[in-house]
Structures are given as structure tokens and as C-alpha cells.
Write a protein that binds this ligand. Structure first.
Ligand code: PLP
Length: 407
């Protein structure tokens, strides 16, 4: 493989160096959550030991220092995704929190009975249910982009879904089940030609390839900290400034206000208007540390290495004749969803876990996609840049053992 410094990188993730059930751990469940680099763990540890204080509200030394670190974290995220201003970065609890924010605020301010929202068949429940709830409140409905047998979006059908009642398109950048990298620039271009805004769910994209929100021209972009080697409970919403200015706040509380009287409350400026209450400021600073770590390696190098890993795994997995793969798009991340013939995915997952190979099984929070393929679940192996070809081999060996055991 390429000259990627994989040995050093694995040392940066202490959790990887452990034995489970007597076997070295092969952690292939990165789509669910990623492991944490030492420098992020140490940054968070240092805050708890030496620096903790509430942000924005106090005049004391620690508080001012923490506020500075929090706002620097916002700038780090801004630069990481190429947003024009740091005030366009809103810290949330995760991709789910970000989508709920937009679906609520768009729903309250823009949706009327008879309006339509376009989603796709391959969405995570987080990008379905909040829109469904908004539609139920307002009497609007969902229109769904179909998925082809290869696991790609049917772009012709997408173009035909627009009507003069379409108010929003919300689709995933990369599928958490199929690995498909969607043609999101084209999706945005088509939506904009109909005067419709687009939210991109980057929960499975932003950790695998360089993302530039200005280049994508999307109206909103969301992702979760824990899937990009950062802490849990922190996430990001990016939005175009004029849209964020227009949207009403999602939650009320401290920090999001300008003036409060019992008669009327006026709201704070961006981004604070959308950050009610004490935010997960330590999580935000930890996230920034992880992003700085990724930038020090280079997202383009990470992407190249993961593509090599993807190609190797595709070759090896396709050599197992009893394995049916779901998601065979040429443009995909190193995410593999499959079923071994006559073996329930859960059994497969359980058996290979005993061989030290950690994967996920089930519907992957994408029940409509399972229904599309007429299945109840899959085994999913999701790789990232600290995984190795050796771990691909171990996965394949473990799957062959399952086939031997289960006949
Ligand atoms: N969107 C996609 C594509 C996902 O894969 C996930 C999580 O798996 C989410 C949204 C929700 O992320 P979180 O649970 O971190 O909010």
C-alpha cells in the first residue's frame, strides 16, 4: 500500500492495541462511532483537570480562557469545512440534533399544508423522522428519491420529484449502509434550479474526504463529533448566513437571548441564537483537537489510503461466493453491507466478534432502505484510516469460518 504512516497512526489510538476474546481487536464499526486520538483524550483530560469553567457568562480568568478556546474551536470547524464565517457554525449535540434544529425551524417558518420535502430511500432515521414530524405538524408530505439495485440515487427520478410545493431537499452525502457517495453537488444544483434549499447530512462523509461547503453550495451541512474521532454529544450545523438569520430559534434558554421581559424576548445574534443553555463546550474543544489532528495528516491522504483499503476489501470480499453485497456503486466509501447466504446477520456478527472482529449488524437506522432491498438487516463492516489490509484479511477469514460452522 501507499506510504501512509499507518503504524504511527495506530499508536495515536490507544484503544486499538488490545486483545478481545484472546484475539487482537479489529475494530470495523467506524460508521457507528470512531475511536479517539490520544491528543484529543489528553486535551479533554487537561480541561477537566486544569481549565474547566462555564463559557460566555463569567468574568473570571478560567471562564474567559474557556470562552476563547470554545470560540477558537468554532473557527477550527469553520476552516475545516470551508465555511465563510465562524458565526455560521452552530454547535449542537450531533447530526441528529442539527437536523432536528433545521427541520423544526424550517417547519415552523416555511412549511404550509400541501408543501413537500424531498428525502431519499437511503436516509438514516435521523434524516427522516424530524422531517416527518414537521410534515405532520404542518400537513406537508415527504417525496422520496428511489435507490437503484447498485445502491445509487435515481437522479432522473429525483429531477421529476420537484413541484411548485417543494420546500426543501434533505439527503445524505454518504450512505451509512451502502457506502454510496452521492453526487451532492449535482443534487444541490438541481434543487437550486427549482429555488429549493438543500440540507446535506455529512455524518458519514466529512471524516473520509475533504468537504468544502462553499464549493458544494449546500444551504445546510451537518455532522457528528463522535464519528470524526471527536467526543460524543457534540455536533455541527453549518448554514448559509441569510438562511440562519431568517430561521426562528429552535430551543429557548440562556445565551440565545438578547433581552428578556415577560412581555417579549429578543434573540441573540448568530450563532448564539441557536445555542440555548450551557453547550457542550468541552466537547467542542475536543472536536477541534480531533479536526486539527486530521488536518495534520491531511484529509486528502486519508481519503487516498481509505480508497486503497476499499479496493482491497472489495476484491477480497467479492471472492467469497456466498456473500451478497448491498451497495456496489463505483463511488463509495470503505463501508460494506452484506449477508452471508443462510446465515442471519446477527449470528455472523456474534461469531466474528469472538474472533476479535467488531462489526455492526441490523437495520443500521435505515429501515426504509432495508424494505427497498427486501431484507431485515445486514452485517456492516465500516473501515477508516487506522484500519489495515491485515484487518480486511481477518474479516474474510472470520467470515469463511462462519460459513464453515453454519454450513
Ligand atoms: N446520519 C447518518 C448518515 C448517520 O450514519 C448517523 C449515525 O449513524 C446519523 C445521521 C446520526 O448521527 P448521531 O446519532 O451521531 O446524531
Amino acid at each position: 500500500m501507499s506510504d501512509f504512516p499507518i503504524e504511527q497512526i495506530r499508536k495515536d489510538f490507544p484503544i486499538l492495541d488490545q486483545i478481545v476474546y484472546g484475539k487482537p481487536l479489529a475494530y470495523l464499526d467506524n460508521g457507528a462511532t470512531t475511536q479517539k486520538p490520544l491528543r484529543m483524550i489528553e486535551a479533554i483530560n487537561k480541561i477537566h483537570r486544569e481549565q474547566n469553567a462555564s463559557i460566555h457568562r463569567s468574568v473570571n480568568f478560567l471562564s474567559e480562557n474557556m470562552t476563547t478556546l470554545y470560540e477558537e474551536a468554532r473557527t477550527t470547524v469553520q476552516k475545516f469545512i470551508g465555511a465563510p464565517k465562524s458565526s455560521q457554525i452552530i454547535f449542537t449535540s450531533g447530526a441528529t440534533g442539527s437536523i432536528n434544529l433545521v427541520a423544526f425551524s424550517v417547519g415552523e417558518s416555511m412549511l404550509k399544508a400541501g408543501d413537500e420535502i424531498i428525502l431519499s430511500t437511503m436516509e438514516h432515521h435521523s434524516n427522516i423522522v424530524p422531517w416527518q414530524m414537521a410534515c405532520e405538524r404542518k400537513g406537508a408530505s415527504l417525496k422520496i428519491i428511489p435507490v437503484t439495485d447498485e445502491g445509487e440515487l435515481d437522479m432522473e427520478a429525483y429531477g421529476n420529484l420537484f413541484s411548485d410545493r417543494t420546500r426543501m431537499v434533505s439527503v445524505t452525502h454518504v450512505s451509512n449502509v451502502l457506502g454510496t457517495i452521492n453526487p451532492v453537488k449535482e443534487i444541490v444544483r438541481i434543487a437550486h434550479s427549482h429555488g429549493v434549499q438543500v440540507l446535506l447530512d455529512g455524518a458519514q462523509a466529512v471524516q473520509h474526504e475533504p468537504v468544502n461547503v462553499v464549493d458544494l453550495d449546500c444551504d445546510f451541512y451537518v455532522f457528528s463529533g463522535h464519528k470524526i474521532y471527536g467526543p460524543t454529544g457534540i455536533g455541527v450545523l453549518y448554514g448559509k448566513e441569510e438562511l440562519l438569520e431568517k430561521l426562528p430559534p429552535y430551543q429557548g434558554g440562556g445565551d440565545m437571548i438578547d433581552q428578556v421581559t415577560f412581555e417579549k424576548t429578543t434573540y441573540n445574534q448568530l450563532p448564539f441564537k441557536f445555542e440555548a443553555g450551557t453547550t457542550n463546550f468541552i466537547g467542542a474543544i475536543g472536536l477541534a483537537e480531533s479536526l486539527n489532528y486530521l488536518s495534520s495528516i491531511g484529509l486528502d491522504k486519508i481519503q487516498r489510503y481509505e480508497q486503497e483499503l476499499r479496493d482491497y476489501a472489495t476484491l477480497k470480499l467479492s471472492a467469497i461466493p456466498q456473500l451478497k453485497m448491498y451497495g456496489t456503486s463505483a463511488d463509495k466509501a470503505a463501508v460494506f453491507s452484506f449477508i452471508l447466504s443462510n446465515v442471519h446477520p446477527y449470528d455472523t456478527g456474534l461469531i466474528i466478534d469472538k474472533m476479535g472482529v467488531a462489526v455492526r449488524t441490523g437495520t443500521h437506522c435505515a429501515m426504509p432502505l432495508m424494505q427497498r432491498f427486501g431484507i431485515h438487516g445486514t452485517v456492516r463492516a465500516s473501515f477508516c484510516f487506522y484500519n489495515t489490509t491485515d484487518e480486511v484479511d481477518r474479516l474474510c477469514d472470520a467470515l469463511n469460518t462462519v460459513l464453515d460452522l453454519m454450513g
